[in-house]
Ligand binder design. Structure first.
Ligand SMILES: [Zn+2]
Length: 138
């Protein structure tokens, strides 16, 4: 698939997820539960299990943080910077964007940052997704 089409697809995934998160934060978990069936091992999964039909403050916090990442990614799509590393401006590989659609850095720059103890926010996003992968593997 051409990169342009792949980015289009990621955009629609992000938009759907953003809408689901927005409704969930407004108290309606139905959209989020719909998405859940399409993306097993999701970071929201565990939270949904504990929250059931009630939004716990913990879930709301996870959702708000992810929503901020998604809004940022969509903003970057509008400005044409999506998929480009914020640090070195190289293209972020599609495999990485598939795993972390709101990644703003390539893996090299991310690792550099982690070594030098940079952005905590970026690390938090990485953490939530790496735990997803562990679930997928098992
Ligand atoms: Zn980079």
């Amino acid at each position: 698939m051409p990169r342009k089409d792949a980015l289009q697809e990621l955009r629609s995934i992000l938009v759907r997820r953003r809408d689901a998160l927005r409704s969930a934060l407004a108290g309606d978990l139905s959209l989020l539960k719909e998405l859940r069936s399409e993306s097993p091992g999701d970071v929201i999964d565990a939270a949904l299990d504990t929250a059931q039909d009630e939004i716990s403050s913990q879930l709301a916090e996870v959702e708000s943080r992810e929503l901020a990442h998604i809004e940022n990614a969509l903003e970057r799509m509008r400005s044409g910077h999506y998929g480009l590393c914020e640090v070195c401006t190289r293209k972020i590989p599609l495999a990485r964007l598939d795993a972390l659609p709101y990644a703003t850095m390539c893996i090299d720059c991310q690792r550099d940052l982690e070594r030098t103890g940079g952005s905590r926010q970026a690390e938090a996003a990485e953490e939530s997704y790496s735990s997803d992968m562990e679930i997928d593997v098992s």
